[in-house]
Design a protein. Structure first.
Length: 156
């Protein structure tokens, strides 16, 4: 039997307590859903099909490239907003890495289909992304070896 840090009820290992404990004072903002950073992340996810449409269904490949660059830059913006506005949420911690992976996978795959990069590159990049996604380590939701490697390279 294990005692949950938020509850006095004893539970079996791997089981959640029957009654959820109230949110601790420091965790009050984590349960929010509608925040500016989350809105940016949802917009990033919503614009991925627009990028694919621009690339393949219209003659506006330059616009598709600009949109892709903008979507990549907003990854930094949503993280900055979350820290600056103190709007870090559990949803954001999960949704942002998902948006990152969807965007990278889509960009690499569509670049290969369009002929901008060789297929071997797309397959190698996608398999390394899949490997990182499957090798979760203990940490905050959405934490993987990819994020840890990126933080180690940037020195933060």
């Amino acid at each position: 039997m294990v005692t949950s840090p938020r509850s006095t009820a004893r539970t079996a290992p791997g089981r959640l307590p029957e009654i959820a404990a109230p949110v601790a004072a420091g965790d009050a903002g984590l349960s929010r859903i509608v925040t500016w950073p989350n809105a940016v992340t949802v917009a990033r996810l919503a614009l991925v099909p627009v990028y694919v449409w621009l690339l393949f269904a219209t003659p506006h490949q330059v616009a598709a490239g600009l949109l892709l660059g903008t979507l990549g830059a907003t990854d930094w913006i949503d993280g900055y907003l979350a820290r600056r506005l103190r709007q870090v949420t559990t949803l954001g911690k999960v949704l942002d890495p998902i948006a990152d992976r969807v965007l990278v996978f889509t960009a690499v795959t569509t670049s290969a289909v369009f002929g901008a990069v060789p297929w071997w590159f797309a397959i190698a990049r996608s398999s390394s992304l899949a490997r990182c996604c499957s090798s979760r380590r203990s940490g905050p939701p959405g934490s993987t070896c990819c994020g840890s490697a990126r933080r180690a390279r940037s020195g933060s």
